[in-house]
Design a protein around this ligand. Structure first.
Ligand code: NOJ
Length: 984
């Protein structure tokens, strides 16, 4: 079977594809190759730290060997500094670990622990290596963009208590860090209650730098090799040094010139039963525990960006990207930590229930979640968030790592991809067929086969003969093209890109300092090292229109394989002892590599032509904290199976609460051929992914929506139309993400943080702040879903206004043609109802407002609009409105939410001035409107005579179980203007 790990030569691909398609038919379903990826006990530092945890747990007299030297403590300008001393077993020597605890204006605290560099000559490196001799401390330079202002108000507590240092910080000093000296621990309190504890279990462990002591090889006498197990010499007790200086896995040897240097610590969330976050894993939203037990995992969650072929579900195995941000949630409180480290990281999660005390009546037991974070190298650098709301967490994390970039509007519409559209004529044909079947789409994608023998920045001369006319055709309907560009550069003759890469010395290096050569799609390849500023400068040149000939302003980019995926490398990636710019080992920066490459592409798209300023679009597979500033991500190579459809919902939700909400999964499933029901249901679910793209493996049969046949094609088309109809709401949700860090699709706990029953609900989602509650069908043959409602507001079926009332589960019919979608009372939803071929063609279409009244007869909603293309919105060229329906006054108003006066001269705003609201639908309309025939409309900025007018109102009585509703036809109010409509 042709796998994503296959080595495909240029023309071989087609042959292999045919062969493999045949294999596919014959072969049983293949599962992930566990043997290709490490388990914790195959990863030296993980194993050692887990053993350390076991030793600590098994000894009642365990004391952490880390003490803060009280004499070293200073406090200045919101930062506490000191030195933590690590005691060594059987030695007087103490390792000095400089500590900083910085209190930020935002109420977040940051703790760093480094290792003091000893005098030159203290450490002898094992062999000549160009690797750096200090710990890597550069992740922040890539991940952090703000939020680091130090709190002026943070202050040491005046009440000194022996053995402790206390600092008040946060708004009104309601946060407190209680730093215990011996052993070194920190409790983070909010309003006098501890929410986060560092090192409570004593698992802080910094593998300090040491000199390698060459041990004499034990002589094995002839005939003794066969000694029976029991007779074998006992391993000397003490630290397990077997993987300190070298480690082998899968036939690869990781030389470790710097020896062991892991950083680890336990972090406890007392009283918190749920923890979320730390993507990317194919797992539930509420993270399971990892040290065994019924239904739980035995392995820690691993964060080591990897190309995992045919990944398995319900697993803590690593995937393509890493965000080491975790939040703990309970009724009334959300707190969290961000473990800023770019090296391989493992996280154990355990939960401990305290038994209720029978003597203290009414005191219930509670659950503590304990986590154990283990990274291979670098410094300890942790941010602590004390909430108290989920919104505080996403906002504060976003302040640090940046918010989602405001995308071009096409990027949130539908993307059509496959590996591969085989020629420019093929692309044009697919484009025409979408139109023939009246199916909207915005973007068509080209996978690796468009290139000339996998040489990026070239076109296959036989199949993509005329990329320019291809793009011209797409442009006629305002559609776009996305072309793939991967980080591996084919190492071959007569290819200007590799020549330049080599000549300019911009590739990642091997451990000897030579340019590293590995194997990927093109065969022998080198990897651009975008940690190097010179590499970014060079990369930008490659995307200029006159360099990447055949591309146009409507060409955008897909960055794949940037974990980086290396077919012949350890765990399908780069050797850890490879070297990057600045002589950092790959081990130190592995999880950042994808971001640096994606960033270079983003920069390049900003500068393709002087004076052309468009928002870039670049999709990435690998990511780290901060990648959200650059583009979108998708969940990689899923399978065309119902279980993968189901798993995609919690995965996308988790991306959202972890600060990278522009996320989606391959619609239809990448590997394999989905049945028509599955494909249809996947589209119905995919319309709720913020990033919405159909994609398929090269071996699969074609599955563009128009091929499904009746009634599937029509049903899929309806689903796509629903996405397009709601694009104004989606765009506003993106704007919210871009300005507040709020997820675009939201899990129940985020919207209803006090509803304990719903904390683990992860199979339904809310779109933005619109109260639109969707529950995709993810099971074969299912014709209804049980939607969980958390509150006492009425919810209404999106299509027929059936009313669902009361907290709990409600069964909603979901025959194949129906997408379960409810509207929570209290919202105003902006839509565009005119079906078009692409979102670009809807740019100046009129609006429909759906006013969904709550139990008190009120509703609110916002709408954000801009040109969807340039950065002019940063100069005020946007429309931002609040719509409110006041049930007491019976009037609907539109008011300005924009901070600045809108720029009247802007081309877009001028054109938008003519765009009207064409319809207002009021769901749950008061019965009193039954006899009403018209409403009074008043608009600002009009001549007095024209200001006051009337519009027709029609009232509809809902059948049994359905809400009454009313329609105002053509009120002719401007979408960007202030107005009031009186219904009384
Ligand atoms: C792996 C990606 O995950 C997949 O989407 C793509 O089609 C193949 N690489 C080929 O580029």
């Amino acid at each position: 079977m042709l796998t994503s790990n296959a080595r495909s030569g240029p023309r071989w691909t087609v042959f292999l594809a045919l062969l493999c398609a045949l294999c596919c038919l014959l072969a049983p379903a293949v599962a992930v190759k566990h043997e290709n990826f490490k388990k914790c006990d195959q990863s030296g530092f993980c194993k050692r730290n887990r053993q350390f945890a076991d030793t600590a747990a098994s000894s009642s007299s365990w004391a952490s060997p880390y003490n803060l030297d009280p004499a070293s403590i200073t406090f200045k300008d919101g930062t506490l500094s000191g030195v933590v001393l690590k005691s060594l077993m059987g030695s007087e020597e103490k390792i000095r670990l400089p500590l900083t605890v910085t209190f930020l204006e935002s109420g977040v605290a940051r703790v760093t622990l480094d290792e003091e560099r000893r005098q030159k000559g203290d450490i002898t490196l094992r062999h000549d290596s160009t690797a750096r001799k200090e710990r890597y401390n550069g992740a922040g330079a890539w991940a952090l963009v703000g939020g680091l202002d130090v709190a002026k108000g943070a202050a040491l507590s005046e009440k000194a208590e022996e053995g402790f240092t206390k600092v008040f910080y946060g708004e009104g000093g309601k946060h407190q860090a209680i730093i215990r000296h011996a052993p070194f621990e920190i409790d983070f309190q909010r309003d006098g209650e501890t929410h986060v504890k560092f090192n409570q279990k004593g698992l802080l462990n910094i593998d300090h730098w040491r000199q390698k002591v060459e041990k004499p090889q034990e002589e094995v006498k002839e005939g003794e090799e066969e000694k029976k197990e029991g007779e074998k010499k006992e391993e000397p007790k003490g630290e397990d040094e077997s993987t300190w200086w070298e480690e082998n896995f899968g036939g690869n040897t990781d030389t470790k010139p710097r020896g062991p240097e892991s950083v680890a610590m336990d972090i406890t969330f007392p009283g918190y039963e749920h923890v979320f976050g730390i993507p990317e894993h194919a797992t539930r939203l509420s993270l399971k525990t990892t040290r065994g037990g019924d239904g739980n995992y035995n392995e820690p969650y691993r964060l080591y960006n990897s190309d995992v072929f045919e990944y398995e579900l319900d697993s803590p195995m690593t995937l393509y990207g890493s965000i080491p941000f975790m939040q703990a949630h309970r009724k009334g409180s959300t707190v969290g930590v961000f473990w800023l480290n770019a090296a391989e990281t493992w996280v154990d999660v355990t939960k401990h229930k305290s038994i209720p005390n029978p003597l203290s009546l009414g005191i219930l037991g509670h659950t503590d979640t304990q986590t154990h974070w283990i990274s291979e190298s670098g410094i300890l650098d942790v941010f602590v968030f004390l909430g108290p709301t989920p919104q505080d967490l996403t906002r504060q994390y976003g302040e640090l790592t940046g918010y989602t970039a405001m995308p071009q509007s096409f990027a949130i519409a539908y993307h059509q991809c496959r590996w591969n559209y085989v020629s420019d004529e093929d692309v044009k044909d697919v484009d025409r067929r979408f139109d023939k079947f009246n199916i909207p789409y915005d973007v068509i994608w080209l996978d690796i086969e468009y290139t000339d023998e996998k040489k990026y920045f070239t076109w296959d001369p036989l199949t993509f003969v005329n990329p320019t006319t291809m793009q011209q055709q797409l442009d006629q309907t305002d559609r776009k093209l996305v072309a793939i560009i991967d980080p591996h550069i084919k190492n071959t003759d007569n290819y200007h890109v590799i020549d330049e890469l080599k000549k300019k010395d911009l590739a990642v290096k091997n451990k000897e300092g030579g340019q590293y050569d590995g194997w990927c799609w093109p065969g022998s390849s080198m990897w651009v090292d975008c940690f190097n500023p010179a590499a970014i400068t060079w990369w930008k040149e490659l995307f200029k229109y006159d360099s990447f000939k055949g591309t146009a302003p409507n060409t955008f980019i897909w960055n794949d394989m940037n974990e980086p995926s290396v077919f012949n490398g350890p765990e399908t990636t780069m050797p850890k002892d490879n070297l990057h710019y600045g002589n950092w080992e790959h081990r130190d920066v592995h999880n950042l590599y994808g971001l640096t490459f994606h960033n270079a592409t983003h920069q390049a798209l900003l500068e393709r032509k002087k004076g052309e300023i468009r928002r870039p679009f670049a999709l990435t597979r690998a990511f780290y904290s901060g990648s959200q500033r650059i583009g979108a991500m998708w969940t990689g190579d899923n399978l065309a199976e119902w279980s993968h459809l189901e798993a995609s919902i919690p995965m996308v939700l988790n991306q959202g609460i972890s600060g990278f909400p522009f996320a989606g999964a391959d619609v239809g499933g990448f590997f394999g051929n989905p049945g028509k029901e599955l494909l249809t249901r996947w589209y119905q679910a995919g319309i709720y992914y913020p990033f919405f793209r159909g994609h398929a493996h090269i071996d699969t049969r074609r599955r563009e929506p128009y091929l499904a046949g009746s009634p599937y094609t029509e049903i899929i088309t309806q689903a796509l139309r629903l996405r397009y109809q709601l694009l104004p709401a989606w765009y506003t949700a993106f704007h919210e993400a871009a300005t507040t860090g709020a997820p675009i699709v939201r899990p129940n706990f985020y919207v209803h943080p006090n509803d304990e029953r719903g904390f683990a609900v992860d199979d339904q989602l809310y779109i933005g702040s619109y109260g639109l509650l969707a529950k995709p069908v993810t099971k074969e043959g299912q014709d209804s879903v049980d939607i969980y409602i958390a509150d006492d507001q009425p919810y209404f079926d999106y299509f027929d206004y059936t009313v669902y009332k009361g907290a709990g589960h409600h069964t909603v019919a979901a025959p194949l043609e129906k997408i379960p979608l409810l509207m929570q009372g209290g919202h105003i939803i902006p839509r565009r109802d005119r079906p078009r071929r692409s979102s670009g063609l809807m740019k100046y279409d009129p609006f429909t407002l759906v006013v969904v009244l709550d139990k008190d007869g009120n509703a609110q909603g916002t709408l954000y609009l801009d040109d969807g293309e340039t950065f002019e919105y940063q100069n005020g060229a946007y429309i931002y409105r609040r719509f409110s329906f006041d049930g007491k006054r019976n009037s609907l108003t539109s008011t300005n939410l924009g901070e600045r006066a809108t720029v009247k001269t802007d081309k877009y705003l001028k054109a938008m001035d003519k765009v009207r609201v064409e319809k207002i639908i009021v769901v749950n309309a008061p019965k009193a409107w039954k006899t009403k025939k018209e409403v009074v409309v008043m608009e600002e900025g009009k001549k007095e005579s024209a200001r006051k007018k009337t519009a027709e109102l029609e009232f509809f009585e809902g059948e049994k179980g359905k809400a009454d509703w009313a329609v105002v036809r053509n009120p002719k109010v401007g979408i960007g203007r202030g107005w009031r409509i009186d219904f009384d």
